[in-house]
Write a protein of this length. Structure first.
Lengths: 491, 408
């Protein structure tokens, strides 16, 4: 096969979400399509008027929490009344009839079986699903998907978990749209600030509750410092573990970040649900991190500290290694990591320059496909290959859950694994097979398997894979084998 | 990648993977309610992968059969002897129920038959078989669905246990609404798919092979099967019986479906096909069990029922280097049911001498399978010949429906 055809395949698989039928054939300059995607103005932002900004999303949660509180009180009063205790004149605090009715039983629900009585989705679940649907649509429609891969990479690097709280679930999508997407080709320092000031992160890593011991609030209560966010900033978000910072640096940074919190539903501190600097909770006085002393008052202290941390040499190395490990190989060539690190340093952390350096590096094109597509990439690649949009995100989310990568819900602040072995596990592969078989069963209007081989796996597909697919005993089986082939699973 | 609606439980996903789901017309034919008249039912089973007709219904009376079909040939003597149907044909010993029904004149076989498709691609062959179109690639609707459009539409089938499900087989897809049902507790991704994928991984990607193998082993342990008892095909046969039992109960109900289709995978026996025992015999046993399940579950409705089992094409007369057979042409179709005018093997036997074989390798098709299907629709539902040749099986005016398949 031609070198160009091979490079077109690499452009779509290593850098993107895999080709749609026809994409490979019409690709003339594989590098150019990646560069064009990077250069699209606001290409990664996702503006959708139907998706709430973070404050609006959190206000929905606050209102729901209030509604439930009132209902609990009302039931408590009813209980009081029924136990014969003197009861006040209880006005109906809540009209139960106006509760959201359960969605009508969908005739398309799978097959037979007893319908499970499901409660209506909570407000945060509804927002979460709408955000997931928007992310999915964007990934399916992307020409190559390099920008969306960058979004997913940075979103996982700076991960939050929707499992943390109703607030985190409601804000998970907005977090990515507000703190990640605007900066994937911008400056690392800007993304870092946006991330650490976002309500979702402040909730996820408990900084919203962190209170300076000597602050006004600290003196009034016995609550105090929470180091969680400060530690993960140094260990995960910027420099990396073992890169030269100390426990003292963690504590000092935590002091600096006190007061970075979320405005509550009463609106006393600011727009409910928005990031706010609460001077009352902020630890007063100078603090020293990594040998530099920050004497600024208020919010400026933390912003200055973050800006400096973003420029630490260890950051460039940490990010470059993780970037190469995500896109190229679990154990990427040292020379490639060195070049990426240099591009990061020389550009003062310009993430667009970093992405461009990856595109421009021959090592990124010539490395063999040893990585596994992670579940998000697999779900998107399958839908693109079969031109099957998800009208509802449920099936895709369900597949990601089963494959061990629930969307925006990693097990810890270190995010989902980057290593291929984490995804090529026995349980994972068996699940991939079951899902592929199911997907294949439903691929009723797909092109002939033979045509799909060239269109999706490319002309370089191995003879063994080609034969396995063409000799399949049915279209369904051929589609399942295509989806499960090493060429589709790996990238 | 799943991609069904909402979160089905693991077992539910697993069962759909096994194949054998039932898909039915969403309506009763209007004449079905007439209490004292015939209440015809039709079940179409699509056997995907190309059934070896010579190992299913063996021409034991053909002097060339035993030597040509070699190790796979059925014999009338010894252990696992084939069950004679007449002086020439004998059915695989894995199908005792079929043989019993045959003797009771409630089952028949049509041999040396094929659609008009003469290449050897499963995909295209199945397209032609199920779409009823003159050529492959036409996958918008199936002949059974178009036949439904000609039936007087009565009340909706009672939805008990039936729902809009995953994709029905092509034969029943199209404009007429279709409902689906699948049994629970069946094995996950089909054995055949798993075996093929393991073969590919062993060849191409040892790391994925090791991981998948370990995953499947764990699964087998979980289902208490153990490696020793694990036989590809064995699970499939049990799945077929189980699917048929549930499907038959639905069809037996007075307000249940009258026209339905099922598809069973796994018939592509390139290697270790086996004859009187082995993989193909297991599958045939599954089919036989499915027919028996319909008979027992349908009860008094069995007398009005016809079941037809068809495959996209046959397999080579010679066996190959891996004790299997490759894609061929002519093969066998099974009919069973109380409504069937059975007790005979319908065949214009072409012979197995080298000069008689199609392209020197396959059983020559002498009966157009579409004539069988058209005849079945004509006799069971009274569909007019003209419509059968125009809208149901387009461009088949010259292929006369085979009459008399349904007992008068």
């Amino acid at each position: 096969m031609s070198i160009d055809a091979q490079r077109a395949l690499v452009a779509f698989t290593r850098f993107g979400f895999g080709p749609r039928p026809g994409d490979l054939a019409k690709t003339q300059d594989p590098r150019a399509i990646l560069i064009a995607e990077l250069a699209a103005p606001d290409g990664a932002t996702l503006a959708d008027d139907s998706l709430p900004r973070t404050p609006a999303a959190l206000q929905t949660v606050y209102a729901d929490q209030e509604r439930k509180r009132l209902e609990r009180e009302r039931l408590a009063l009813v209980e009081l009344e029924q136990t014969g205790m003197p009861a006040p004149n209880v006005a109906p605090l809540l009209d139960l009839q106006s509760w959201p009715a359960p969605p009508p039983k969908d005739g398309a629900a799978m097959m037979s079986g007893a319908p499970s009585a499901k409660p209506p989705p909570s407000p945060e679940q509804q927002i979460f699903r709408a955000e997931a649907a928007a992310r999915l649509r964007r990934a399916l429609a992307a020409p190559v998907g390099f920008l969306e891969r960058l979004v997913a990479f940075w979103s996982n690097h700076f991960c939050i978990s929707a499992a943390k709280s109703n607030i985190a679930r409601a804000a998970a999508g907005a977090y990515e749209r507000e703190a990640i997407r605007p900066y994937v080709t911008g400056r690392f320092a800007d993304m870092l600030r946006a991330v650490e000031q976002h309500p979702a992160m402040l909730n996820f890593l408990d900084n919203a509750q962190s209170i300076g011991p000597d602050s006004k609030a600290g003196q009034r209560s016995n609550r105090g410092l929470n180091e969680n966010l400060a530690r993960e900033i140094l260990e995960l978000h910027t420099m990396g573990v073992g890169s030269g910072y100390s426990q003292k640096d963690v504590v000092e940074l935590a002091r600096i970040l006190t007061g970075w919190t979320i405005a509550g539903r009463d609106g006393r501190l600011g727009e409910p649900g928005a990031f706010v600097f609460n001077a009352n909770a902020h630890e007063p006085g100078p603090a020293t991190v990594l040998g530099r002393t920050y004497a600024q008052a208020g919010l400026a202290q933390g912003e200055a500290a973050l800006a400096d941390i973003a420029r630490q040499p260890a950051v460039a190395d940490h990010i470059a290694r993780k970037f190469a490990r995500h896109f190229v190989a679990d154990d990427p060539p040292a020379a490639l990591v060195g070049r990426l690190s240099k591009s990061f340093r020389d550009s003062d952390g310009d993430l667009g320059v970093l992405a461009r350096a990856l595109i421009d590096d021959e090592a990124a094109w010539s490395a063999p496909a040893t990585k596994m597509r992670n579940p998000w990439e697999l779900v998107v690649a399958a839908a693109r290959a079969f031109d099957r949009p998800y009208p509802d995100p449920g099936p895709a989310l369900n597949a990601m859950n089963l494959l061990g990568m629930p969307l925006w819900q990693p097990g810890g602040p270190n995010g989902f694994a980057e290593e291929a072995s984490a995804w090529a596990s026995p349980e994972g592969l068996k699940m991939r097979l079951e899902l592929a078989a199911q997907f294949a069963r439903q691929a009723k209007d797909a092109p002939s398997p033979t045509a799909l081989i060239d269109d999706i796996l490319g002309p370089s597909v191995s003879r063994a894979t080609r034969e396995a697919i063409t000799r399949a005993e049915s279209r369904e089986q051929a589609y399942a084998l295509l989806l499960m082939s090493p060429e589709f699973q790996r990238r | 990648m799943t991609m069904v609606c909402e979160t089905p439980s693991l077992s539910r996903r697993a069962l759909i993977a096994a194949g054998g789901a039932l898909f039915s017309w969403a309506y009763l034919p209007r004449f079905a309610r007439a209490a004292d008249s015939r209440d015809p039912r039709l079940v179409v089973m699509v056997l995907r992968g190309a059934l070896d007709g010579l190992s299913a219904v063996a021409p034991v009376g053909d002097p060339d059969y035993a030597s040509l079909h070699g190790a796979l040939a059925l014999r009338l003597d010894g252990e696992r002897a084939a069950l004679p149907l007449d002086s020439f044909f004998a059915v695989n010993p894995a199908m005792p129920n079929f043989a019993r029904l045959f003797r009771a004149r409630q089952a028949l076989a049509v041999h040396a038959c094929a659609t008009n498709y003469r290449e050897r691609s499963h995909f295209d062959g199945q397209d032609v078989l199920e779409s009823g179109m003159p050529g492959p690639g036409r996958v918008e609707s199936g002949w059974l669905n178009r036949a439904l459009a000609l039936l007087p539409k009565g009340e909706r089938v009672a939805p008990r246990g039936l729902a809009v499900g995953s994709t029905p087989p092509l034969v029943l897809r199209g404009g007429s609404p279709v409902l689906g049902w699948a049994p629970s507790g069946l094995p996950a991704a089909s054995d055949d798919l798993t075996v093929r994928l393991m073969g590919l991984y062993d060849h191409r990607d040892p790391a994925l092979a090791a991981a998948l193998r370990a995953g499947l082993d764990a699964d087998r342990l979980a289902t208490k099967q153990g490696m020793d008892g694990y036989k590809p095909g064995g699970d499939a046969a049990a799945a077929m019986r189980k699917a048929a039992e549930g499907a038959a109960r639905l069809i037996a109900a007075d307000d249940g479906p009258r026209v339905a289709a099922m598809a069973f995978d796994g018939w592509d026996t390139h290697a270790n096909e086996g004859g009187a025992t082995g993989r193909l015999a297991q599958l045939l046993g599954g089919l036989d069990g499915a027919i028996a399940a319909f008979e027992s579950e349908l009860g008094p409705r069995w007398k009005d029922t016809a079941i037809v089992a068809v495959t996209e094409f046959g397999r080579t007369v010679h066996i190959n280097g891996t004790v299997g057979t490759d894609h061929g042409t002519g093969t066998v179709a099974f009919l069973a049911g109380g409504a069937v005018g059975g007790g005979r093997v319908i065949a214009d036997w072409p012979g197995l001498k080298a000069a008689d074989l199609y392209e020197g390798r396959d059983l020559k098709p002498t009966t157009d399978l579409r004539a069988v299907l058209k005849g079945l629709l004509a006799d069971q539902f009274g569909l007019p010949t003209r419509a059968l040749g125009e809208s149901v099986f387009p461009e088949t005016a010259a292929v006369a429906p085979m009459r008399g398949l349904i007992a008068a």
